[in-house]
Design a protein around this ligand. Structure first.
Ligand code: 4NP
Length: 152
């Protein structure tokens, strides 16, 4: 049962979206994955995802309303098999907490699953428009669906 953790900065936009989409696919395809998300920052601990993220995901058939933000911790390296990070800044921050190579090997940019080696980032929609939230949804959905087919 692969254990997957998605990580962004606040854990209220991109990573809970990935968690919610993956939970949705997990149920739909009976995948038996363990899925969670976290933020590298502490700003939003305990909060539900951003209202705009919730509304956009709902429009696309994914419920995020029960998720709550938490901060990434070094203990997550032992709890998860795959740690997918949304952008390069957060990748750097997560890797800085790794204590050994086995920890480091679990961490990668999420979009590397779709475009290996291209170092692409999931853009942060926090300061963006409704259109940006929809674009992020479509991008994250595509990457989650690719993961669903390929994860072992
Ligand atoms: P996320 O987006 O990292 O995708 O959850 C953000 C959420 C909040 C903030 C920044 C990014 N913030 O500065 O509060």
């Amino acid at each position: 049962m692969p254990k997957i953790l998605f990580v962004c900065l606040g854990n209220i936009c991109r990573s809970p979206l990935a968690e919610g989409i993956m939970l949705h696919l997990n149920e739909k395809h009976d995948l038996k994955l363990e899925i969670d998300s976290a933020g590298t920052a502490s700003y939003h601990i305990g909060e539900a995802p951003d209202d705009r993220t919730i509304a956009n995901a709902k429009k696309n058939g994914v419920d995020l309303s029960k998720l709550r933000a938490r901060q990434f911790s070094a203990s997550d390296f032992d709890k998860f098999d795959f740690i997918y990070v949304m952008d390069k800044n957060n990748l750097k921050n997560v890797l800085s907490l790794a204590k050994n190579d086995s920890h480091k090997q679990k961490v990668s940019l999420f979009l590397d699953t779709l475009h290996p080696g291209e170092n692409l980032e999931v853009p942060d929609p926090y300061y963006g428009t409704e259109k940006n939230f929809e674009e992020v949804f479509q991008l994250v959905y595509k990457a989650c669906d690719h993961l669903r087919v390929n994860i072992k």
